[in-house]
Ligand binder design. Sequence first.
Ligand SMILES: [Zn+2]
Length: 190
Amino acid sequence: MESAIIPSSYSVEVSKMPHLLCTSCKAKMQIEIPQHGETFDPIRLIGSAICRQCGTGTGFEIEANTIVYVSGKTSYGSLNTLLSKIVKTLYAEAELCFQSGAPDASTAMCRASIEAALTQANFKGANLYEQIASAKTAGDLDEVEVGLAHASRLITRDAIHRGELISLSDVPSMLSATVRILNKLSPIKS
Ligand SMILES: [Zn+2]
């Protein structure tokens, strides 16, 4: 069995955690959390275990010594190939952040991809709120998609500017919503 170690800034004892399977090669990894003294008991920990066999990161979330969430290889939908390279790259980075156990970064990239797609579709506005409103007025986004776009805007605003951290398990629905929104904003085939 390979082990995956979460780095710590100071020398500590190591606590063995439940096993985790690498999302790529399925190697069994044991998470070891450095701890100092006997009192350290992480209530909630989000991270990425790097597989020593294949180098892939597997995002995980631990609550009270139990792994409660592992980022999988699920598909969140396929992006329309007509979307621009920058929009596709921003979205790909959102998925990478998720796989790496970085939920706040992932939602920030979701938002960035939506902003880029709105701008490229020529929906202007002083801010993202106005851009979403223009897309709604033009009928490019339906009521559900407008709601999802605003949810992405708000969750990211709270995560980045207000320190409200997002849970890893919240991210898949954000990724799916982003794919749906982006596909509606892709250039129409002529
Ligand atoms: Zn692996």
